[in-house]
Ligand binder design. Structure first.
Ligand code: FAD
Length: 479
């Protein structure tokens, strides 16, 4: 171990990680970072041991660190997390953590659940580690999982803590070093190919410089993560939100707050989208909230339309078909039959049951057409019936903004996939630099697809770093 002065001593005492040695910062690096704080470089021993620094202790970072340690037990693996480890896993899925999707889709179909990444993920990405492998991994760790009807996979405990505990226990068991409350604020590369990371503590004036052989950037959607990627030579696709609800300009809609529709077809029409994009029409459940529309269909549209919606400042039209399985002619025919059958009943009190609508919504429809629900069916004109039929098939909602739905929110954009080899998750720009998770320009729709991206990317990165470190280890031993 080299002499590393007081700062280095403090670092060793406070971390207790004896596999890390420290030495003073070389003048060149000191100038680069221009730090007024105490500084120290820490690195793995200059023998055969190498150091992987994982920036970000989220799903991708922790999964990757476990895999790297499994493949290369002699590799020092240090995870640096600025806040709490696995904090998003903890709050995910409403506290239940939707781990992955168990529909076991063919990889082509699986990749279609990723508005950003759908073409690139058709390759080997999910072959190497797909949803089935994720489920096997967790059950091998003793976590019981269940698959719900729609394919979403949760722990049987219905608690994300089960997933957090499992990952952290396994990371610790394998000897992954976990440091929290430290932020990697800058990164550079030395002439010998090693990385120097500037690590700061938020609460106190403290800076250290960590020298690493391998770096995995698994920083999710954090600005610092993007900054480090750019410092190391990468470009960025502008990050922007995906998976959000729509604010709707319709005061009467608030009266329907809480109403759910099990199956509607919704089409997003935006001024800046001229061609017909199939994904901007979605079928499935929808929910009315007190400020607009939510539910799986809306979240999917927000994901596929994320860029277009951003450009149009989250304004546009949404056309909803409330009877997607009944064509317009049949809807009209049924309404006229209903009128003939129930001439003496109030229009607001009865409607064809096969439409599967709630009475509250039916009244909302009539009011929209200025039809008094207390009027008898006999008094409803044919024109009004035709208009109600049209509304049922194509109700126009004016989108006036983005809601603050917090159940699942993800960032579109990040490091472009053209700059990464998805076979290894290594940068095509810099050797020994890896990426995994949401920091990349990959995002999925709801249903466990975003975590699956983190698990798959983390697994591939961890495996490849581990293999490279093992090769190095063998080479050093042979010397
Ligand atoms: C409320 C909510 C619920 C969700 N529920 C689900 C769900 O049920 N299923 C699903 O599939 N997806 C869900 N998602 C999406 C999912 O959480 C993310 O896609 C996933 O967490 C991405 O994993 P990651 O490891 O890439 O990034 P993250 O989980 O965001 O982890 C990145 C970590 O890096 C740390 N970090 C960032 N920059 C630095 C730095 N410079 N130095 C040190 N540390 C740094 C961050 O603090 C963070 O802990 C949900 C998202 C939200 C917000």
């Amino acid at each position: 171990m080299t002499n590393c002065g007081l700062a280095g001593l403090l670092l060793r005492v406070s971390t207790g990680y004896t596999s890390i040695t420290s030495r003073p910062l070389r003048p060149r690096s000191r100038k680069r970072f221009n730090s007024s704080f105490s500084s120290v470089v820490c690195s793995a021993q200059q023998t055969s041991e190498q150091l992987l620094v994982v920036v970000g202790g989220g799903a991708a970072g922790i999964y990757a660190s476990i895999k790297a340690k499994e493949v290369a037990p002699h590799l020092s693996v240090l995870v640096i997390e600025k806040a709490k480890l696995l904090s998003k896993v903890k709050i995910s899925g409403g506290g239940r953590c939707n781990v992955t999707n168990g529909n076991f889709l063919d990889k082509i179909v699986l990749s279609e659940n990723y508005p950003r990444g759908n073409k690139e993920l058709r390759g080997s990405f999910f072959d190497v580690h797909g949803p089935q492998d994720t489920m096997r991994w967790f059950s091998d760790q003793g976590v019981e999982l269940k698959t719900e009807e729609d394919g979403r996979v949760f722990p049987v405990s219905n608690s994300s803590t089960t997933i957090v505990d499992c990952l952290l226990q396994e990371a610790r068991r394998r000897g992954v070093m976990l440091q929290v409350g430290k932020i990697v604020s800058d990164a550079s590369c030395k002439n010998d190919g090693k990385f120097v990371l500037k690590v700061e503590k938020r609460t106190i004036d403290f800076v250290e410089y960590v020298e690493a052989n391998y770096v995995l950037i698994a920083t999710g959607s954090s600005q610092q993560g993007y900054k480090i990627a750019v410092q190391l030579g990468h470009s960025l696709v502008d990050p922007m939100p995906s998976l959000f609800t729509f604010k709707i300009d319709n005061k009467e809609l608030a009266s329907l707050s809480g109403v759910t529709f099990s199956k509607i077809r919704a089409k997003l029409a935006l001024d800046n989208v001229q061609r017909n994009i199939p994904q901007l029409t979605q079928v499935g459940p929808m929910l009315v909230t007190h400020w607009g529309l939510s539910g799986p269909v809306i979240l999917r549209l927000s994901a596929w339309g994320a860029r277009h919606l951003f450009v149009s400042s989250y304004t546009g039209m949404l056309f909803v078909d409330f009877t997607p399985d009944i064509n317009i002619e049949d809807v009209k025919r049924r309404l006229f039959q209903h009128k003939d059958q129930f001439l003496k009943q109030k229009a607001g009190n009865s409607f064809p049951s096969e439409f599967g609508l709630m009475k509250r919504f039916w009244k909302f429809l009539l009011e929209h057409e200025a039809i008094n629900g207390d009027n008898l069916w006999a008094s409803i004109s044919n024109n009004s019936i035709n208009s109600v039929a049209l509304l049922l098939k194509q109700f126009p909602f004016k989108i006036m903004g983005k809601g603050q739905f917090k159940d699942e929110f993800v960032t579109a954009g990040g490091v472009p996939l053209s700059e990464i080899s998805l076979n290894t998750m290594e940068s095509r720009i810099r050797n020994n630099l890896f990426f995994a998770g949401e920091v990349l320009n990959i995002d999925g729709i709801t249903g466990g697809f975003n975590f699956q991206n983190a698990w798959s990317g983390g697994y591939i990165a961890g495996t490849n770093i581990g293999e490279r470190a093992s090769y190095h280890h063998l080479k050093m031993e042979a010397l």
